[in-house]
Design a binder for this molecule. Structure first.
Ligand code: 5AD
Ligand code: SF4
Length: 475
């Protein structure tokens, strides 16, 4: 009989007032040579939280003696870190699991490990149990530190193992991290989400909001600066809620940024912000500039008060626009981007028009736009939905026309100016072509040299297109 600890979405949505359990990661020395001579490959779907988790999974396995490879066919262990945010993200993963069945036929010893948010859903694990028997290990988002033990037990029993916790989650410090970028690092500051937007599965897949200790974050960023990292991105589903669960009114996101502002790390970014918790004090701290980058991703989701209410976003269109005004007033050079969902159940043409007008009023310079996708166990999935799929797609298309104009305007404003660019990407086809990002998170393509990689250099912007800029390094 397979060893099983199955997900429970209803339990996962419950919240208690108990403070989150904090513990230190410790590797059982018995696992130190578990991976000797064995290779693993990780494919990551979804958001930056998943990218950060994959770096932890890699760090853990490397600590156990495994070697990471970039080619799936070279691996003894294939790990798929999944995303549950929309149905099409899940369908991609199902396609992949199917294709891996063929790989397992030709490479008999390959083991398949499924991780991430999808594994927190009963329906997904049911389907794996019934139809994807070639999956060897299923691990949820709360217990990735258990992976070495699970691999050891698979070695012994050769039986499918499912380990998914559906509780509120813990804060585990010092899981080793194998960072995938040399100049940019992710730093988790708060895990989980307690917002319960009615369309969203995240509060069920990632547990309750639980902040790391401020000093632990400051130490991590300080060490990254010493190691030569140029940029850190602070991560949380709602970074603005940072500290609220720690029971010390002085520990807030604004305070954390104030502390990080003093460190010798050249660039600090953060994602994602919830408008309802974005305080004026926070805007004032960001206005200090320096290493706090003039770029804010501020998901609005809809411009209609009726839909915002149905989404449980806890702010109005007017409050959102007032915040945006304050941001522009205090940080005139800022670039704002957003997330928008179209075709929420019962969204009318009128509601949609309000979204279009908000996009123009807020002067977004970019947006991730999505068609609403019903998610299991969420309140919105139980709503009557009279908007046809064709209408939803048409609205997405119309919205993107407006959003794209914002991208272009946002790029054109830098034409002929000199901006700092962190040179980080290298063209695969032309050894002289590189790319990098400006403080406002605009991508610039330019000619550079290998020795420029990882440096922040002044660049004159010579051309502005919708999706990118072209520039020349000022030497
Ligand atoms: N359908 C469509 N988009 C969604 N998002 C979250 N849940 C859903 C859903 N059920 C979008 C929101 C969020 C982003 C990460 O994904 O815009 O901000
Ligand atoms: Fe989902 Fe809302 Fe939480 Fe963002 S804030 S993760 S959209 S529930």
């Amino acid at each position: 009989m397979a060893d099983q600890h199955l997900p429970d979405l209803i339990k996962a949505g419950k919240r208690t007032k108990k403070p989150a359990i904090k513990r230190e990661f410790k590797l059982d020395p018995a696992f130190l040579s578990l991976g000797k001579g064995r290779r693993f490959f990780i494919k990551t779907h979804g958001c930056q939280a998943n990218e950060a988790d994959s770096e932890m999974i890699a760090g853990l396995l490397i600590m156990c003696g495994f070697t990471q490879v970039d080619i799936l066919e070279d691996a003894d262990f294939v790990i798929i870190n999944t995303c549950a945010i929309r149905e099409n993200a899940e369908n991609k993963v199902y396609g992949e699991i199917g294709r891996l069945k063929d790989l397992k036929r030709s490479h008999k010893n390959v083991k398949l490990i499924m991780a991430g948010c999808m594994m927190q859903e009963e329906s997904v694990v049911d389907r794996i149990l019934k139809t994807f028997k070639h999956v060897d290990i299923v691990i949820g988002t709360h217990n990735i530190d258990k992976l070495p033990e699970m691999i050891a037990s698979l070695d012994e029993n050769h039986a499918q193992r499912i380990e998914v916790e559906s509780g509120e989650g813990e804060v585990i410090e010092h899981i080793p991290v194998a960072r995938s970028h040399r100049y940019k690092a992710w730093v988790n500051i708060i895990y989980g989400c307690d917002e319960f937007c009615t369309y969203c599965v995240v509060p069920y897949t990632r547990g309750k909001e639980r902040s790391r200790q401020l000093d632990a974050i400051v130490d991590e960023v300080r060490n990254l600066a010493i190691e030569g990292y140029q940029e850190v991105t602070l991560l949380g589903q709602n970074v603005n809620a940072y500290g609220q669960d720690l029971g010390d009114a002085k520990v807030t996101f604004a305070e954390l940024l104030r502390r990080l502002h003093e460190l010798p790390i050249p660039r600090i970014r953060f994602t994602t912000s919830h408008p309802k918790d974005f305080s004026k004090e926070l805007v004032d701290v960001l206005a200090l500039g320096g290493n706090l980058m003039p770029y804010i991703h501020l998901p609005v989701q809809s411009g209609s008060n009726r839909i915002l209410k149905a989404m449980n976003r806890k702010y109005t269109r007017e409050q959102y626009l007032e915040l945006v005004d304050y941001i522009y007033q205090k940080i005139p050079t800022v670039s704002l981007t957003t997330d928008i969902i179209v075709g929420f159940p019962q969204e009318t043409e009128n509601d949609f028009q309000e979204t279009l007008s908000l996009v123009e009023e807020a002067r977004f310079e970019g947006a991730y736009t999505f068609v609403y996708s019903p998610r299991p166990n969420t309140p919105a999935a139980r709503l009557y939905d009279d908007v046809t799929q064709d209408e939803k797609k048409a609205r997405l298309y119309r919205l993107n026309e407006v959003v794209n104009a914002g991208y272009k305007t946002g790029n054109v404003r830098f034409l002929d100016s000199i901006v700092d660019v962190l040179i980080e990407g290298k063209s695969k086809t032309d050894p002289n072509h590189f790319s990098g990002y400006t403080p406002n998170q605009k991508i610039v393509n330019l000619v550079a040299e290998e020795s420029d990689l990882g440096r922040i250099l002044p660049v004159k912007i010579t051309k502005a297109m919708t999706w990118s800029l072209k520039g020349e390094i000022v030497r």
